[in-house]
Write a protein that binds this ligand. Structure first.
Ligand SMILES: NC(=O)c1ccc[n+]([C@@H]2O[C@H](COP(=O)([O-])OP(=O)(O)OC[C@H]3O[C@@H](n4cnc5c(N)ncnc54)[C@H](O)[C@@H]3O)[C@@H](O)[C@H]2O)c1
Length: 337
């Protein structure tokens, strides 16, 4: 293991800049931004697609940090990560707002999800998914990693994949999972590219299990804007609704992410486990990853799950079947009795 993956004293990030794409909507990116600002004392750059959403998120974070971390500043940037020119402009805004302040962390986190089988999905859904989830991450890395390479200070660069990027293809989210497998592979590549000459840049891939967010809804809203069916100016940030205690909240999830970063873990599988949730129904991410590798060693795809009904209420799934989904199904049955 290279120096790139040693432990990190998170206190060294204080006063540095933390850039988080896809952080305007109360999901994973928002949790990371809050943690970076409120707990680590980092200046925060919130990046998201729509001006109004970024404005709302910036005002919320400023209000919170004014109380908890006066002196920490927030910059909101409306930027489409699929467009390299908009990311270049984002970097210029970061440099102008924080001259001479090193960038301490970059989270390439923006993403979309259209939960459909290959046969029911549209080509447009595949294009958007691969554009945002894969090329958006590549563009973000190509924009910000050169800045980190110029710096002698330690920094963190983290892509958001998913547990779906490490396990067997699921019956449902075909494009999503294909994109997330790509994010895992390209982040492994980045780690190799930087390890020898730039060990001060710490590379991580985030593979969350289940975190409260409005990912599916936001993806539909953004797709409607892209198709000209609604106006970007009308897009509002929607508040997070915690319908269940089973997913992690974005803030407790962020705690787990930064714990992994401090420990120097490259593959950051953030499972639904204590102390990040208050229950004992894990997703069992690693167990499901292991099944895939057992399959590989046997040169056989075990698709027997396809024969049983899905616990998620949707189609059968190679992923959505661990203790967390069993508990979700049990509660659903209880409600309908
Ligand atoms: N919530 C989960 O359980 C979960 C699990 C695994 C992985 N993920 C991943 O976590 C990341 C964050 O998702 P989330 O669940 O917090 O949902 P979210 O909707 O809060 O975050 C995604 C954000 O990306 C933004 N976005 C979409 N396209 C963009 C573009 N072209 N340019 C800039 N921003 C854009 C959206 O507006 C949204 O704010 C995604 O990459 C997602 O795939 C989420």
């Amino acid at each position: 293991m290279s120096k790139q993956q040693g432990e990190l004293d998170l206190k060294s990030l204080r006063g540095r800049v933390c850039v988080v794409t896809g952080s305007g909507n109360n999901g994973i990116g928002w949790g990371l931004a809050v943690h970076a600002g409120a707990h680590l004392g980092m200046h925060v750059v919130l990046v998201d697609l729509h001006e109004s959403v970024v404005r709302q998120a910036t005002a919320q974070l400023e209000a919170r940090l004014n109380e908890e971390q006066p002196g920490v500043r927030v910059l909101g940037v409306a930027c489409d990560v699929t467009d390299p020119e908009q990311l270049a402009s984002c970097l210029s805004q970061v440099r102008a707002a924080f001259p001479d302040v090193p960038i301490g962390a970059v989270f390439a986190n923006a993403g979309v999800s259209f939960n459909r089988t290959i046969m029911k999905s549209t080509l447009a859904e595949w294009q958007t998914t691969l554009n945002v989830n894969v090329l958006g991450v590549v563009n973000t890395l190509k924009t910000f990693v050169p800045v980190l390479q110029e710096q002698s200070e330690e920094s963190v660069v983290c892509t958001t994949a998913s547990i779906g990027g490490l396990v067997r293809g699921d019956g449902g989210g075909s494009a999503y999972q294909a994109s997330k497998h790509a994010v895992v592979a390209l982040t492994e590549s980045l780690s190799f590219e930087l390890a020898r000459r730039y060990p001060q840049i710490r590379v991580h891939v985030l593979c969350p299990c289940i975190v409260s967010s409005s990912l599916d809804y936001n993806s539909q809203v953004n797709a409607a804007v892209a198709a000209g069916e609604s106006l970007a100016e009308d897009v509002e940030q929607i508040p997070l609704r915690n319908r269940s205690d089973l997913p992690m909240t974005p803030e407790r999830h962020a705690q787990q992410v930064f714990d992994h970063i401090a420990d120097g873990h490259f593959y950051m599988i953030t499972d639904n486990v204590r102390p990040y949730v208050d229950h004992d129904f894990p997703f069992d991410g690693l167990g499901i990853v292991k099944e895939r590798f057992d399959n590989l060693f046997n040169l056989q795809l075990d698709n027997s799950d396809a024969m049983s009904p899905g616990l998620s209420g949707g189609p059968s799934s190679s992923i959505l079947k661990g203790p967390l989904w069993q508990e979700m199904a049990r509660r659903r049955r209880q409600e309908s009795d």
